[in-house]
Each structure stands twice: as structure tokens, then as C-alpha cells.
Write a protein that binds this ligand. Structure first.
Ligand code: 16G
Length: 240
């Protein structure tokens, strides 16, 4: 219950109480929480105060709003450690989820200039360009746009990349993977990605660019991906 004499703002106390109820399973994942009206009666505070608490929980991804229907408890975000060069397929299996992939584009092309530079390609060298939707337990997590030099993985096919690319690189082509450089930033979801990721306009995604190299130093992929920010959080262990 709220303590009106506390130095902790009332909306923060309500946030804590709602989080506690989610933790205890009193409010269940995918189910609605009580209406603002009922919560304001329950806590004995104004609806504005309740709304502020709910808005904060929505922005941190604990709750989500469905237009005209109410506010629901969100699925906890998937935690992804950032200390190893792992594939999407490995990451999902490590969490007990089943990965699946929909290839929406697969073609040969001359890459954009900056991609050619990242892949250390000459002007006329081609890449395979693919767009893949990556799902966990059938739900979209990310969309990936990948460029792979044709000379590094000749005869790559759409069928091969509908499963794990890293597995194919290592097991079919026999090329050991080395390291990668990755950049991450928060952006609004691109218009063309909304339908694939089932997101509303202006939803936030984690936009990641990865350049990966084989053990021998040859770059083999440039990937631009958008991960659903409401489903994913990245964790890093850092040492002093
Ligand atoms: C991850 C990588 C992506 C890589 C893919 C390979 C990030 C941000 N991206 O999704 O660069 O191409 O794994 O996964 O982690 P796969 O072997 O399952 O195809």
C-alpha cells in the first residue's frame, strides 16, 4: 500500500507494488492488469498518479498497452550476453527457445560502397544479399540484412541460409569463424520493417551492425539488424 508521508513519490511506490505483483504472478504474463480506475480506487490515489506509474512500466517494457483494450503484462525480455561471438540459432537454443528463419530476399548484387569497403572488396566483386526474419518460438525477434562476399562462400543458396549461417560457414564450407566488431544504437523501427516485426509506428528497435571475420582475417559478413527492443536486452560483463 502507498505511504503518503514517504519521501518516495507515490507513483514510484505504485510502480514497485505493480512490479511486485508481476513477480508474484498475481498479474500474469499476457494477461491484463486492473483498469486505471480500479487501481486508483485500490491505492486511494488519483488516476493521474496511477497513469504515471503505468506509463513508466510501459516504457521499461514490463507492461504494454493495447489500444482500446487495456494494459497487459509483457513477456520478460530475452537477455543476451555480449561476451562471445554466437549465432542467433545458438543464442535461442541456449535459452530453450526454438529458432526459425524466414528468408524474404536472397540475391546476388554489387554491394553499396560502404559495405564493399567493410568487406575489403574491389569495385566489381559481388555479394549475396539476404533479408532474414529471425523468430523465437514462432515470434519475430529481429530482421537481419546480410552481405556475404560470393568469393568467400561460393554457391551459397537460399535453402542453406534458411537455417544457421554460422553452422554452414563452419561445417559446410569448413571455414573457422574468428571475431567480429559490433555497433549498437537505438532507433525507431523502419517503416518497411514494421510488418515483419509486428511493431507499431515509432516503436524502438536496437539497430546493430556487425562485421565478422574468419580466423584468417577475411571479412565474411556485414549484417545490419533490427532487434525488437521490447523483447531483447544485452548484458556485458566488464572487469576493472
Ligand atoms: C546473429 C548476428 C548476425 C549473424 C547471425 C548468424 C547479432 C546482432 N547478429 O543474429 O550477425 O549473422 O547471428 O546466425 O547478434 P545464424 O547462424 O543462426 O544464421
Amino acid at each position: 500500500m502507498v505511504n503518503k508521508n514517504s519521501h518516495i513519490p507515490i507513483y514510484v511506490q505504485i510502480e514497485e507494488e505493480l512490479k511486485h505483483k508481476i513477480y508474484l504472478g498475481e498479474y500474469k504474463v499476457g494477461e491484463p492488469i486492473p483498469s486505471e480506475r480500479n487501481l486508483s480506487l485500490y491505492f486511494g490515489v488519483s488516476r493521474m498518479t496511477v497513469r504515471q506509474a503505468i506509463t513508466n512500466l510501459v516504457s521499461t517494457g514490463k507492461l504494454y498497452r493495447e489500444k482500446g483494450r487495456g494494459t497487459y503484462v509483457a513477456v520478460p525480455k530475452l537477455e543476451q550476453p555480449l561476451n562471445g561471438l554466437t549465432s542467433f540459432t545458438e543464442d535461442m537454443y541456449a535459452r530453450g527457445l526454438t529458432p526459425s528463419t524466414k528468408v524474404v530476399k536472397f540475391e546476388k548484387q554489387i554491394p553499396p560502397f560502404d559495405v564493399a569497403q567493410d568487406l575489403l572488396l574491389e569495385n566489381d566483386e559481388e555479394v549475396y544479399f539476404m533479408v532474414r526474419i529471425r523468430n523465437a518460438d514462432q515470434k519475430p525477434m529481429a530482421i537481419e540484412r546480410t552481405y556475404i562476399p560470393v568469393k568467400v562462400l561460393p554457391d551459397l543458396t537460399e535453402k542453406l541460409v534458411s537455417e544457421s549461417l554460422y553452422k554452414i560457414v563452419e561445417e559446410v564450407y569448413g571455414l573457422p569463424i574468428g571475431n567480429a566488431i559490433q555497433q549498437m544504437e537505438a532507433t525507431n523501427v523502419a517503416k518497411e520493417d514494421r510488418k515483419y516485426l509486428h511493431l507499431e509506428p515509432n516503436a524502438v528497435v536496437l539497430t546493430i551492425k556487425r562485421i565478422s571475420l574468419l580466423k584468417n582475417g577475411q571479412p565474411f559478413e556485414v549484417v545490419q539488424s533490427a532487434y525488437r527492443a521490447d523483447r531483447y536486452k544485452f548484458t556485458t560483463e566488464i572487469q576493472r
